[in-house]
Write a new protein. Structure first.
Lengths: 491, 427, 126
């Protein structure tokens, strides 16, 4: 049972936005509770995207997207250090293959400079080919943005959450908010399956469900129109295919289908863009996958499709209207603050959105008194496979479970899996372990380690194997055998 | 860092590794180490609780564990063999240093005189064949599910659809039925099943499980747990035919869509791989392109009869022992072996011809498509060295053709193995 | 005289010969197509009283592994295989077990024993 009956601030939604806000607010003397409906944080759009820290030349000057993107990009440099984030400042290229596209590059250059993006320049065909030998021979030039980077969005959300928890925030997963209680147009609290939590301020960072949460509080001022994007991921062994983030020249609707590296050495292609009605629709499709492969091959003709290891898709939480971020207090319900409509460049913008949310709270009369003992630093995680042989030997001598490799493809040890389960924002599902450790992300896609991780979770959480879930609330993996004397009904 | 000098280190304690270890001892090796990542020896055999193993080797139909037990007993009686369980090899370098870890000994640096790769294979995944749809719980590769059912004691689901009609898929169709689950059907993308006919009979027909040939899965449904699959017929290019889709309700999809030799360690060590088998290029002694590195079993090419796996293991063990003792004869010349018309793969891909060859070389091959009344010829410089007739030839059943030692002397720089068909086309 | 010809895929060995069994008034008149005695016998049995070997697992009490693989020492009547499997799902044996140990004698009165196909030791905490 939850021992929380009141809070100063309730955050609804534990994605990159909600966790960044939690971390920001943990700097102050405030009682903050974050409710996340899924068994883990960051399982919505946060775990299914291009993982790019955008430079910021794409968004319309003066828009929230433009302002938050550039500010957020800068903030990640500090956060990288403090929280031990996995970031690579690779730079990005917007590739033009004809004269019209070259003109568009000039527009992006101008826009970027207006937005305050540093280091932008248009480079020649030869320079592009020198950077990316595998790129299409039809390349004419590219916009080079050195301030772009790639990172681990889920890792960042987890780091935000862990630091927030360390500094006093309560993060409650497996807990949808069922009701936002108002009295005379003012928020008085929220209700979940655990009971009522009195609070005056609710931050709506509920991703694709932000409009539903808003309506719970009586505010129907915006609608989220989800847009699905599909991805194909490739084996690390083809990582030399591309070094920088490659964008095609963008259209009005989307940044286009990229070919890019990930911070851990995989390559991916995607996303396409397709409006969907059903907010649960994260299915990949034959047509969609075909589309992204065809488009990606226009950038990198020799795409090694035989090295593809997995596909998935995510939803962009796009708000209606001009599609800009919705970061403002509600004009209908007092105490409700929206951090909604966070589509691209949402990941990059998250720390800036968190800052802005703090500003909005101040403007609402909330006192943000800095915490004396705020600790901005997360301890570094032990990554066995990155250590020297001597360090590995020392580690195993102290804890023999570093000597049992559970995930062969990524060399993840049992001790690291235990860390993931018993950490500040511990893993309770197989995919939660996967996101924290990489166990199951390799070429066998959990074929070898999956059953072992399941058994470890059952043991550590003290539940039966049949109670272990893959990712979502009801995603049970295994069933007890049906014995002739059991009451199991068969078809 | 402990220093461990062995004559031979064998990576993988399944049927290939066990046979190699025993054979190495018979051939004079004094210190043989088997490194096994699982909690016991036997490899994949321990979960293959069905029978049909050992017809050639033992003239008996054993179960997988029964076959494994024969070799485990032999190896446990060999005083020269040391076994490390629960031990994972992290890296093998071309100077024959093996870096391995286990909870008891920690980090180990093992330095044998010869290395035998017997790591077996892994299963092809959903991601590798790009089945669209959701990613719910309940999608498993057939082998992983087999382990859960037969060794851990849990069911992957209660209403099953199986993709792939190779033997693993067929065996799991029967196994799940025996466990009380309902197997809704087996889908096979090819127009014929890759499994043994005996398995079609006793795994599908016996249980009234429909087999849909020339079909594939175009979507997996279910946001949390599998709720069903959409299937479609495929054309000659194996592409789904629009309009032929139908749905099958299920809570579990088992994938039996191929095995891939597990060569991460061998490749990282610098061994040359064969693109078609997926395993190292080896000679008839099972030595790879790296001197002193041998390989046998599924890691070289995927087998269907464990008897041949044991034979390969025995060969590798014998010659690895000679290598470790410094008595392995240097070849006089090397003959390349190429897969010609009608043949998909041949192992070994090279013959290291000794001075005065006395041993026949057995060529293990797979034909490209099912056929009847075929003749397989081994030729060199337009000369036919060996010709064998087979009433039936299927890609799913490995064929062995023996080339006598005397014939090897007449061979030029390359042997070509090819198939001529009297009937032509599908069996 | 009612005659019927049954096509039988032999499952005795991997050759998978296809034979034909001709029945007249329910009695076997002719068996052709099989290439060995075992095949002929299989063809005959398959039409009169088809049998199958059963392999499955039983639970283990206190063993180093939770399940023990077992096999029927002789083939069982095909239409009783499922019943035998369901019965064995309720059976539990105590470790240690030796390969060949009888786990269930004369299963369901069919005159066939079910035996262990491997050794299984007692669970140890190490």
């Amino acid at each position: 049972m939850l021992n929380i009956d009141k809070a100063d601030i309730v955050i609804i939604g534990g994605g990159i936005t909600g966790t960044a806000i939690a971390r920001e607010l943990s700097k102050y003397e405030l009682d903050v509770v974050l409710f996340e409906k899924a068994p883990d944080i960051g399982v919505g759009s946060t775990k299914a995207n291009s993982a790019i820290l955008h430079a910021g030349f794409d968004a319309k000057p003066g828009s929230l997207k433009a302002i938050m993107n550039v500010r957020g990009n800068k903030l990640y440099h500090d956060l990288e250090e403090e929280l031990g984030l996995d970031v690579k400042w690779t730079g990005s290229l917007v590739v033009a293959v004809n004269d019209e596209e070259m003109e568009t590059l000039k527009e992006l250059l101008e826009r970027g400079r207006t937005n305050g993006v540093p280091g932008l320049e248009i480079i020649s065909r030869e320079e592009v080919l020198a950077k990316e030998p595998n790129i299409t021979q039809t390349v004419k030039g590219a916009l080079w943005a050195p301030s772009a980077g790639i990172f681990l969005p889920f890792g960042a959300a987890l780091a935000f959450a862990e630091n927030a928890i360390k500094n006093g925030v309560k993060v409650v997963t497996d807990c949808p908010v069922e009701e936002i209680v108002t009295e005379g147009g003012k928020i008085t609290g929220v209700r979940t399956k655990h009971g009522f939590v009195a609070a005056k301020y609710v931050i709506n960072s509920a991703g694709v469900h932000a409009d539903e949460v808003s309506r719970l509080a009586g505010d129907d001022s915006f609608v989220i129109k989800p847009r699905k994007g599909e991805y194909v991921f490739f084996d690390k062994k083809v990582s030399s295919m591309v070094k920088n983030v490659l964008f095609p020249t963008p259209s009005k609707v989307s940044k286009g289908i990229l070919v890019a590296p990930t911070v851990h050495g995989n390559i991916f292609i995607g996303p396409n863009a397709q409006g969907v009605e059903d907010k649960e629709d994260v299915a990949t499709s034959l047509g969609g996958l075909g589309e992204i492969i065809a488009k990606a091959q226009q950038l990198i003709p020799n795409l090694p499709m035989g090295a593809a290891i997995t596909q998935f898709s995510g939803l962009r939480a796009a708000a209606d209207g001009d599609g800009d971020f919705v970061i403002r207090p509600s004009t209908i319900t007092q105490g409700l603050i929206h951090a909604a409509g966070i589509q691209s460049p949402g990941l990059t913008s998250a720390p800036a959105i968190a800052e802005e949310t703090g500003n909005i709270l101040r403007s609402q009369g909330v006192e943000l008194k800095p915490k004396a003992n705020f600790d901005p630093v997360n301890p570094r995680k032990i990554i066995f496979r990155e250590l020297s042989h001597e360090a590995q030997q020392e580690l195993i001598a102290k804890n023999p479970l570093y000597g049992r490799v559970i995930c062969r493809c990524e060399t993840i040890t049992e001790a690291e899996i235990l860390e993931a389960i018993h950490g500040l924002c511990g893993a309770r599902t197989v995919d939660a372990v996967k996101r924290r450790t990489r166990a199951g992300m390799g070429r066998c896609q959990g074929g070898f380690c999956g059953p072992r991780v399941t058994a470890i979770l059952a043991r550590e959480l003290n539940v039966s194997v049949t109670a272990v879930r893959k990712d979502t609330a009801e995603s049970y993996l295994f069933f007890d055998k049906m014995t002739a004397d059991s009451k199991e009904a068969l078809q | 860092m402990s220093d461990l000098n062995y004559d031979i280190a064998i990576i993988g304690g399944g049927p290939a590794g066990l046979a190699a270890a025993h054979s190495a001892c018979q051939s004079g090796a004094k210190r043989v180490l088997i490194i096994e990542r699982d909690r016991e020896l036997g490899g994949i055999l321990q979960q293959c609780i069905h029978n049909g193993f050992g017809l050639h080797k033992f003239q008996e139909e054993l179960t997988g564990p029964g076959y494994a037990s024969r070799y485990i007993k032999l190896v446990k009686q060999d005083a020269e063999v040391e076994i490390m369980l629960d031990t994972m090899v992290l890296e093998v370098t071309d100077d024959k240093t093996i870096w391995a870890v286990n909870p008891q000994k920690g980090f180990m640096q093992i330095t044998p005189k010869a290395v035998i790769f017997t790591m077996g294979c892994r299963e092809r995944t959903r991601g590798a064949i790009r089945i669209p749809g959701f990613r719910p719980a309940g999608v498993f590769t057939a082998g992983a599910a087999q382990r859960m059912v037969n060794m851990e004691g849990y069911l992957p689901g209660k209403k099953i659809v199986i993709l792939g009609s190779g033997d693993i898929g067929l065996i799991m169709a029967r196994r799940m039925s025996l466990e009380g689950a309902k197997v809704q059907g087996v889908l096979e993308i090819m127009p014929y099943s890759n499994g043994l006919t005996r398995n079609i009979v006793q795994c599908l027909e016996d249980y009234d499980i429909p087999l849909h040939l020339s079909h594939t899965i175009t979507k997996i449904h279910g946001t949390e747990r599998v709720t069903g699959v959409t299937c479609a017929a495929v054309d000659e290019k194996m592409q789904p035919i629009p309009g032929t889709e139908f749905d099958i309700e299920c809570d579990c999809l088992l994938l039996s869509v191929g095995l891939i030799p597990e060569n991460e360690l061998s490749q990282a060590a610098g061994v040359t791989l064969d693109n078609i088998t997926g395993g190292p290029v080896v000679d008839q002694q099972r030595q790879t392109s790296l001197s002193g590195f041998f390989a046998a079993g599924n890691v070289v090419h995927v087998h269907d009869l464990v008897d041949f796996v044991s034979e390969e293991g025995e060969i590798a063990g014998k010659y690895a022992a000679q290598f470790a003792a410094g008595t392995l004869e240097a070849p006089v010349r090397t003959i390349a072996v190429a897969a010609g018309d009608g043949i998909r793969t041949v192992v070994p891909q090279k013959i290291a011809l000794p001075d005065n060859p006395t041993e026949a070389v057995r060529l293990f091959m797979r034909v490209a498509k099912p056929d009847k009344k075929v003749t397989i010829s081994v030729t060199s410089n337009d000369q036919t060295l060996v010709e064998r007739r087979f009433p039936v030839a299927k890609p799913s059943e490995m064929i062995v053709v023996e080339v006598p030692a005397a014939k090897l002397l007449n061979a030029g720089e390359q042997l070509a193995v090819s198939l001529q068909s009297k009937q032509g086309g599908e069996a | 005289m009612a005659q019927c010809v049954k096509k039988i895929n032999c499952i005795v060995c991997p050759l998978s010969c296809v034979g034909e069994v001709t029945l007249e008034d329910g009695k076997i008149k002719e068996i052709t197509g099989f290439t060995c005695d075992r095949g002929n016998k299989y063809g005959e049995e398959e039409v009169t009283l088809p049998k199958r070997t059963l392999t499955t697992t039983v639970k283990v009490d206190g063993g180093e592994l939770p399940l023990l693989p077992v096999v029927s020492k002789a083939p069982l009547p095909k239409d009783k295989v499922m019943d035998c499997a369901r019965y064995l799902s309720t059976v539990s044996v105590k470790a240690p077990v030796a390969e060949g140990d009888i786990v269930c004698s004369n299963i369901l009165g069919l005159g066939v024993d079910i035996v262990a196909t491997r050794d299984l030791g007692v669970f140890s905490a190490n």
